[in-house]
Design a protein. Structure first.
Length: 450
């Protein structure tokens, strides 16, 4: 395919802008060439041509930490008094919603999140799944939704001791099995990868963490929440005399392939350990604000050399909303308008996120327009009324970019959405099935309060 008449935003080292250009995509789904002189005659015969009609063509977004399984929480009534803090939110909402999921709910929650992601131009997501009453095979079901849609996802199951030893063992086994499957399938041509999922320090014993360490094969990292709320730190100190990151490090969970979600309450030594071990951290400001857990010291972490990425923690899959939340949230929590400049968010959301994907997907290059990179792209109908260039681009994202401007989403050279119509899936049918499924999920959930 050739996409012509496009203003290209490359996200290369200088984030070069190339006006009135065309991108050639080969049959492997890779970008093979950027044509700037308008001469397409050599290609026109044997390539499908898409006329961008002057829209921006840019890399699609990446989400470094999400939970497809949370989809049916939208609009759900939580009985009794409103949870007063994050531990109560876990207990009343998440640890009952996850128990309400069966195979069908796992499938449709993933599918509706994927549709949402395609509409919002987010095409690679790192998921963290929990469904304690339907563990074995749950990752295959999510993988099915991923492969049917044509997006990319890294999957894992959140192992936890909170539902007893049998389920902890099932969770360990599910990760090991799915890691083996993705390895055998060569990451499904770059559409799927696997990490070894763990819930959080506060719901995991040393024994289970040691088992996970033993079962996780060479070359695969862990994906775990850490210090999202201060109780995770209290729990770790009382269990082990160590802070969360110290404890996880001593048990061999950290490293250059491991992903730690949040890190809101970590201290300076924990930042140092994350840097020394090369562990990835993901930041989810909308979730942090919603749960009122505070915000992590992202700028300190980045200054110390920690690779911080941007995730959504299961919020809507518009990563640009996450950009805005980061931009605003760090200013108000620090009472300082100089905090979290938009170029730092670009470093997280664009540069670090694509480096994470490269690590998790065996060298896959996405999130950049250059020859050899995957054609994971969006078309954007954005008409800036002030100059937009490489330097001020991150501020245009925060103040100007809205997902409604995304008209087409492409993954591996395949159009998943064209002119705002989803082509890869039957959206209406998926939403109808999801709505019916959510009714039974809500019923299962509310039964637990009876
Ligand atoms: Zn999370």
């Amino acid at each position: 395919m050739i996409i012509k008449n496009a203003h290209i935003i490359t996200h290369d080292e200088k984030n070069s802008f190339i006006p009135n250009a065309a991108v050639v995509i080969d049959e492997k789904g890779d970008i093979s060439e950027i044509i700037t002189d308008g001469n397409l005659s050599v290609y026109e015969k044997d390539h499908e041509i898409l006329d961008a009609k002057g829209q921006y063509l840019m890399p699609s977004s990446i989400c470094a930490h999400t939970h497809f399984y949370g989809a049916f929480a939208r609009g759900m009534y939580i009985p009794g008094e409103a949870p007063d803090a994050f531990p109560a939110i876990l207990e009343k909402l998440w640890w009952r919603l996850d128990k309400s999921l069966d195979e069908q709910a796992n499938y449709y929650s993933a599918l509706v999140c994927i549709i949402d992601a395609i509409k919002h131009g987010t095409t690679t997501l790192v998921d963290h799944h929990a469904s304690p009453n339907s563990i074995t095979g749950s990752l295959d079901i999510i993988a099915k939704a991923v492969l049917e849609s044509g997006i990319r996802a890294s999957l894992c199951y959140e192992v936890t001791d909170r539902d007893g030893q049998e389920r902890a063992a099932q969770g360990l086994e599910e990760n090991a099995r799915f890691i083996e499957r993705t390895k055998k399938e060569g990451n499904f041509q770059g559409y799927l990868s696997a990490t070894f999922g763990l819930h959080a320090s506060l719901t995991l014993s040393d024994e289970t963490l040691k088992k996970a360490r033993k079962m996780c094969p060479e070359g695969v990292g862990f994906h775990i929440h850490a210090a999202e709320h201060v109780v995770d730190e209290y729990d770790s100190v009382s269990k082990s005399g160590k802070r969360v990151v110290e404890r996880l490090n001593d048990l061999g969970i950290l490293g250059p392939r491991s992903v730690v979600g949040h890190g809101v309450h970590i201290d300076a030594n924990e930042i140092f350990i994350l840097k020394e071990t090369g562990t990835w951290v993901t930041h989810q400001p909308r979730s942090n604000m919603n749960n009122a857990v505070g915000l992590p010291n992202v700028e300190s972490m980045m200054n110390a050399g920690v690779r911080v990425c941007l995730g959504n923690d299961g919020f809507s899959n518009s990563m640009w909303q996450e950009w805005s939340a980061a931009y605003l949230g760090h200013k108000i929590i620090n009472l300082d308008p100089r905090r979290m400049p938009a170029n730092l968010i670009y470093q997280m959301a664009v540069v670090n996120n694509r480096d994470l994907v490269k690590t998790l997907f065996g060298g896959l290059e996405t999130g950049i327009i250059k020859p050899g990179a995957k054609a994971d792209l969006i078309l954007l109908d954005y008409k800036p009324y002030t100059e937009m260039n490489a330097d001020n681009f991150p501020w245009h994202v925060v103040f100007g970019f809205r997902e409604s401007a995304i008209t087409s989403t492409i993954v591996n050279g395949k159009m998943l959405m064209k002119d705002r119509k989803i082509l890869c899936l039957d959206e209406e049918a998926a939403h109808k099935e999801a709505l019916e499924t959510s009714e039974s999920v809500w019923k299962n959930y509310h039964k637990q309060f009876a």
